[in-house]
Design a protein around this ligand. Structure first.
Ligand code: C2E
Ligand code: MG
Ligand code: MG
Ligand code: MG
Length: 289
């Protein structure tokens, strides 16, 4: 029978499959197919600088259009990719594809690619990154790698060495989903991040009376500034949220208020219509309010 939609259950998978285990196995097989037959796509969500409302870059986000089940969210299939080792070919494909797309876009535009903890633990990641940059002839500083706090769970020399190797290549590093993990602040002392991404759970509800989220965002911003890092507020959906995170000093904003993730073709079109065009949406909405 169809599952009732608990998180992590693939209830949209065929009802004739009898167990979660079977559904999962089927999904794994389909994912393997998608990886080898070009069934995955990268979408690009604009990252906007608050001061100028210009697009400074995009975050690359995986999309899987399943032949029967339609779009499947990365928060569903990434965990399976991690359990099965498929994350290695998927992650490498994402890095190469993002660099290829980036090579066709203006030089002042960056792309951020999510890197899973398993990729980060793989000593060949620096070689994979170097090759992706070289084969599309993209400057290293145009590529940003997004890493979550969970890489610090194994706080060993490998982690330290990986940061050094990646910085030596010249790529930028962003700390994703900040504030949602279990790690201490200690790692900010030595890890060479260029940017902290403030998780959308802090943005959500921040405009409600009595919310403590604004105070938390403000303190993350001042911490980041003191350490010379930029901040992106994630998941900004409303004008009130946009006004608030600007007032609190976030240097960048990402969210549906500006744009949803776009196909690479639409991302390119968005760039060619002029970077400032993005300011029209929210601003004119504001004027009309
Ligand atoms: P993330 O890296 O934190 O990405 C941000 C997520 O927030 C994306 O979800 C994005 O579509 C969504 N988002 C952006 N603006 C808004 C908004 O205004 N409102 C709301 N409600 N959501 C917004 P998405 O694309 O479903 O990706 C989910 C997660 O899957 C990502 O979270 C990331 O952890 C993972 N992921 C996606 N692509 C990749 C990839 O290429 N490699 C790896 N390892 N993980 C990926
Ligand atoms: Mg991310
Ligand atoms: Mg995030
Ligand atoms: Mg996330």
């Amino acid at each position: 029978a169809a599952k009732d939609g608990g998180r992590g259950r693939f209830h949209f998978y065929a009802p004739d499959l009898h167990s979660d285990a079977e559904e999962r196995r089927q999904m794994e097989e389909d994912l393997r197919d998608a990886v080898s037959n070009g069934g995955l796509e990268l979408y690009y969500q604009p990252v906007v600088q608050t001061a100028t409302e210009k697009i400074t870059g995009f975050e690359a986000l995986l999309r899987w259009n399943h032949p029967e089940h339609g779009w499947i969210s990365p928060s569903r299939f990434i965990p399976i990719a991690e359990d099965t080792g498929l994350i290695a070919p998927i992650g490498e494909w994402a890095l190469r594809t993002a660099c290829q797309d980036l090579s066709r876009w203006p030089e002042n535009v960056r792309v951020a690619v999510n890197v899973s903890p398993l990729q980060f633990a793989n000593p060949s990641l620096p070689v994979i990154v170097t090759n992706a940059l070289a084969s599309s002839q993209v400057a290293a500083e145009r590529l940003e790698l997004e890493i979550t706090e969970s890489v610090f769970l194994n706080d060993d020399e490998g982690t330290d060495q990986m940061f050094k190797s990646l910085k030596a290549i010249g790529v930028r590093l962003a700390l994703d989903d900040f504030g949602t993990g279990y790690s201490s602040l200690g790692y900010l002392r030595s890890a060479p991040f260029d940017k902290i991404k403030i998780d959308q759970s802090f943005v959500r509800g921040a405009t409600q009376p009595g919310s403590r989220n604004g105070a938390i965002i403000a303190s993350i911003v001042s911490l980041a500034e003191a350490l010379g890092m930029e901040t992106t507020a994630e998941g900004v959906e409303t004008l009130d949220e946009l006004d608030l995170v600007r007032m609190l000093g976030c240097s960048h904003v990402q969210g549906y208020i500006y744009e949803r993730p776009l196909s690479s073709m639409n991302a390119a079109a968005r760039l060619s219509t002029g970077l400032m065009a993005i300011a029209q949406g929210p601003r004119s909405a504001r004027a009309a309010r």
